[in-house]
Design a binder for this molecule. Structure first.
Ligand code: MG
Length: 170
C-alpha cells in the first residue's frame, strides 16, 4: 500500500503501558496492597485477594505487551482463581512477557485511598514488587495519596490504583 508518506523506521525497543483498577470495601475481607496485609476495619472485595495495586500493575504490563487484560488470563468466573494471591498473577504476567523477550524497565504506581494509612507499608510493598518484577527498587516508583474526601474514594467506598510502566525488548 502506498499512501505517499515516508516509510516509518523500525519501532523503538521500548513500550509503555498504563493500568487502572478499583475495588470496593467490604466487611470481613482483608485489605491487601502489593501483597502486604494492611490493618483496616474493612478490606477489599474481589474474586481474588482483590489486590487493586497489583491488578493495575499487571494490566499496565499486559497493555505494554499488546496483550489483553488480567480478566482475560485469570477470569473471575474460574474457581481456581478464587482468593488467589495476586502476586502469583503478577509473577505469571512477568513470566509471559519474559517468554516474549519483554522485560520491565521501570514502573510508577499510585494508590488512591482515603483510608487506611498506607505510607508505613510502602517499603514492604516495594520489596515485594522488586522481587516479583525482578527489578531494582530504584526503578520502582510507589506513591499513596488521598482523594481529598472527593468521590467514591473520598467517601471511603473503595481504593483505586494506577500504574504506568516501561518495558523493553531484549
Ligand atoms: Mg481488580
Amino acid at each position: 500500500m502506498s499512501d505517499g508518506l515516508p516509510k516509518p523506521p523500525p519501532p523503538p525497543k521500548f513500550r509503555t503501558g498504563f493500568g487502572y483498577d478499583v475495588h470496593p470495601f467490604a466487611e470481613g475481607r482483608k485489605c491487601i496492597l502489593g501483597g502486604v496485609e494492611i490493618p483496616s476495619p474493612k478490606g477489599l472485595l474481589g474474586h481474588s485477594d482483590a489486590d487493586v495495586l497489583l491488578h493495575a500493575l499487571a494490566d499496565a504490563l499486559l497493555g505494554a505487551a499488546g496483550l489483553p487484560d488480567i480478566g482475560h488470563f485469570f477470569p473471575n468466573t474460574e474457581e481456581r482463581w478464587r482468593g488467589v494471591d495476586s502476586r502469583v498473577l503478577l509473577r505469571e504476567v512477568v513470566a509471559r512477557l519474559a517468554h516474549r523477550g519483554l522485560f520491565v524497565g521501570n514502573v510508577d504506581l499510585v494508590i488512591v485511598a482515603e483510608r487506611p494509612k498506607i505510607a508505613p507499608h510502602l517499603a514492604k510493598i516495594k520489596e515485594n514488587l522488586s522481587a516479583d518484577l525482578r527489578l531494582g527498587s530504584e526503578r520502582i516508583g510507589l506513591k499513596a495519596t488521598t482523594n481529598e474526601k472527593l468521590g467514591f474514594v473520598g467517601r471511603e467506598e473503595g481504593i483505586a490504583a494506577m500504574a504506568t510502566v516501561l518495558i523493553y525488548e531484549a
